[in-house]
Design a protein around this ligand. Structure first.
Ligand code: ASP
Length: 442
């Protein structure tokens, strides 16, 4: 019998109906033995996630002048959980838990403790509903003194604990510090818990159930109904996520990657969809399209330095980059010409210190000129299939030029996993559409 660890996001547990769907999904496959729930999310677009309500309660509790608002906020949280229990027809009294949490938030409990209670209560209710054991994450997900996740200790403790349970619920998002206080991962961190549990369980698959049928080949705000990516490698995903595609918490990749466990992104509302498989190496999975996905972001600036005979000056690039390093700025790309060198950075990072950087570049390099251009968008065309396919770059460029978009920068890593284009921000969407149509609607 194989083992699947299944994580359900907040939108998959937003109300009693969703809990029922989750229960059906779990019951449909006996391999789904360990379940990691998030806190109930939004039921409709203006709704507030339980986690956000808990943060709000924590803030309100810190100020005596907002006592009434606190009471209202906390009773809304209670009503959501009590409502789910009543709708599910469960004989389950959580009023003691709710009072304890309320007093803790009003007392000395920390912000992370408050935020974590959404997952905790959601886990208790789900465990009761489907008859699985409940393992409190604070006993098995451990952090170090400095607040970073303690992977080794957690692995040891969690592996031993899971071995004692045939089927269990482990709430996502939080764990325990050595001093006994609760700590959470960053927002969206239940994805990380799921991945940690999958590794400790020696799972064959980590299913991450959410509200979309996997990663889309392009941003649905730009391309109407884009195709879902069937298979993506961890490395491709890293490129796509970095450039703006979000479905999974970035840190969720590492634990399963170490163990070589694939992740399957699935849609709770459309359980029949295969979703996206995230795998270490995709040689066994052929890609239908040469490209796997397109992602991009606006908001980049280009610093360009011109200097006659730059190419013969040894150490020029190092000195230029040192200016950015000394100012604590990470750079994205560095296209060069014979006598020009450009550094592309996020505009938000350099905005407060742009004059200082220009002055340092002038002082350090004594170039003929330094210019800064804002308003650049970067687009990454990502695909493991590019290595084998000839003419991919030509197809990208002609699609973009047919759309009458001027390419301002090109960068192709030697891994041939991606081609990065820099275009004016106003051309961003047209450019993404042109590339998508060229490779997907061909
Ligand atoms: N409930 C937490 C959040 O809203 C963690 C999660 O859902 O993964 O960020």
């Amino acid at each position: 019998m194989s083992i699947k660890v299944v994580k359900f996001g907040g939108s998959s547990l937003a109300d009693a109906d969703k809990f029922r769907r989750v229960a059906e999904i779990i019951a449909a496959d006996p391999d789904r033995r360990y379940v990691v729930p998030s806190a109930p999310g939004k039921r409709f677009s203006d709704d507030i996630k339980i986690t956000d309500m808990l943060y709000q309660c924590y803030n309100l509790a810190r100020d005596t002048s907002t006592k009434e608002e606190f009471e209202t906020c906390y009773s809304n949280i209670c009503a959501r959980f009590q409502g789910i229990i009543a709708d599910l027809g469960l004989d389950f009294d959580i009023s003691g838990e709710l009072t304890y949490i309320k007093n803790a938030i009003l007392g000395r409990a920390g912000r992370d403790f408050a935020a974590s209670r959404g997952e905790y209560l959601s886990g208790l209710i789900l465990a009761k509903f489907i008859g699985f054991d409940f393992i409190d994450a604070e006993n098995v997900i451990l952090f170090k003194d400095n607040g970073t996740f303690d992977a080794d200790k957690t692995h040891e403790v969690l592996t031993a604990e899971l071995a004692r349970h045939e089927r269990a619920i482990i709430p996502g998002f939080y764990g325990l510090m050595p001093n006994g206080t609760v700590k959470t991962f960053s927002r969206g961190g239940s994805d990380i818990t799921g991945s940690i549990v999958a590794r400790a369980a020696g799972a064959d698959l980590y299913e991450n159930w959410t509200d979309v049928s996997g990663f889309m080949m392009a941003d649905p705000r730009i391309i109407k109904d884009p195709r879902a990516i069937e298979t993506v490698t961890y490395r491709e995903l890293r490129e796509l996520s970095y450039m703006g595609a979000t479905v999974l918490h970035e840190d969720a990749i590492f634990p399963v990657r170490i163990a070589g466990i694939p992740i399957n992104i699935r849609n709770t509302m459309r359980p029949g969809d295969a979703g996206t498989m995230i795998v270490a190496s995709a040689s066994d999975y052929d890609n239908k399209h040469i490209i796997t996905g397109i992602a991009g972001r606006r908001g980049f600036s280009v610093f360009t330095v011109e200097d006659d005979l730059m190419n013969s000056q040894i150490g020029y690039g190092r000195r230029m980059l040192e200016v950015f390093e000394e100012n604590g700025i990470a750079f994205e790309h560095m296209p060069t010409g014979i006598d020009t060198m450009s550094v592309i950075v996020a505009t938000a990072d350099i905005d407060p210190i742009r004059e200082k950087i220009i002055a340092s570049l002038n002082r350090t390099l004594k170039p003929d000129s330094v210019t800064v251009d804002d308003g650049l968008a970067l687009i990454a065309v990502v695909g493991r299939g590019m290595v084998k396919a000839k003419g991919t770059a030509a197809r990208v460029f002609s699609a973009v030029s047919n759309a009458e978009v001027n390419i301002k920068m090109i960068d192709q890593g030697s891994s041939e996993l991606n081609i990065i284009l820099g275009v004016e921000e106003r051309d961003f969407e047209v450019c993404v559409k042109a590339i998508y149509d060229e490779f997907v609607n061909d």
